[in-house]
Design a protein around this ligand. Structure first.
Ligand code: NAD
Length: 259
């Protein structure tokens, strides 16, 4: 129970197959109270709060769009009203579109940049301001991707937004270090969440198996396994770690990926 009495906000966590929910579960298992956020699925968010309460921690559901800065500020205010403080944020919400560079539509380009870059900026800024006000430090953890340092075809803009998080995290870590706020990111490899359901190379069991063969450890990652890396950064074990990146990918990032 290394996080007992702490409060964590996790974005993009409504779906029980999602990485956000895996992160929420891992933090809750260490005793943290959790604010679960998503832009859709309010009923699912309420179910997640019940799940959290069953685990013996406090929960709050906030349906909010991370691309809207005032909605994000409002979410942080709701967190403070309910729990009095915010100690940890897992800025995790993200979207992907499978489109080769020459096919990218302006609409998809805008949406990916809005959620994957502006959304993280909005969440981190709003939470950092609150943490500075509290004066007790804090932990910011972004979910980037193995694509932070690995290249794939058909997801060039997504990969670009994830690589951007590497630079963003480093700069933020420098700027927030004087406040004892650490900033790190985790890079999932291949997790079978709803995000990957429409992936063109995962539409049959054969394709899914072929994908697994590309992973040195020969299996998909579990959302809670990403959550444990987030918990490392959020817990006292991560006290001296800032500006760092952990890939949780079964070795995908060091493998020879083939489609
Ligand atoms: N699944 C994977 O294999 C994988 C691999 C690498 C990185 N990631 C990253 O992990 C994170 C979580 O992905 P996931 O696999 O759980 O996907 P997911 O689609 O299951 O969950 C993401 C959630 O974010 C929410 N969301 C989207 N836009 C939002 C917004 N504007 N405001 C608030 N919430 C919003 C979605 O509604 C969704 O519930 C993403 O950043 C993704 O890029 C996933």
């Amino acid at each position: 129970m290394r996080l007992k009495g702490k409060t964590a906000l996790v974005t993009g966590a409504a779906d029980d197959r999602s990485i956000g929910w895996g992160i929420a579960l891992a933090l809750a298992q260490e005793g943290a109270n959790i604010v679960v956020n998503d832009v859709v699925m309010p009923n699912e968010l309420e179910k997640r709060v019940n799940d959290l309460n069953e685990l013996g921690v406090g929960g709050l559901a906030v349906q909010s769009d991370v691309t809207d800065p005032s909605a994000v500020d409002d979410m942080v205010e709701q967190t403070i009203e309910k729990f009095g403080q915010i100690d940890i944020v897992a800025s995790n919400a993200g979207i992907i579109r499978w489109e080769g560079f020459l096919e990218i539509t302006p609409k998809n380009l805008r949406q990916i940049v809005d959620v994957n870059i502006k959304g993280n900026v909005n969440v981190c800024r709003s939470v950092a301001k609150q943490m500075i006000k509290q004066g007790q430090g804090g932990r910011i953890i972004i979910t980037s991707s193995v694509q932070s340092d690995m290249h794939f075809t058909v997801t060039p803009v997504y990969g670009g937004t994830k690589h951007a998080m590497h630079t963003f995290v480093g700069s933020l870590a420098l700027e927030l270090a004087p406040y004892n706020i650490t900033v790190n990111h985790v890079g999932p490899g291949w997790v079978r969440s709803a995000l990957n359901d429409p992936a063109p190379d995962q539409q049959s069991e054969d394709d899914i198996e072929a994908n697994r063969r590309n992973v040195p450890l020969k299996r998909d990652g579990l959302p809670v396994e990403i959550g444990r890396a987030v918990t490392y950064f959020a817990s006292p074990d991560g006290d001296y770690v800032t500006g760092a990146f952990i890939r949780v990918d079964g070795g995908l990032g060091i493998s020879k990926y083939s489609l």
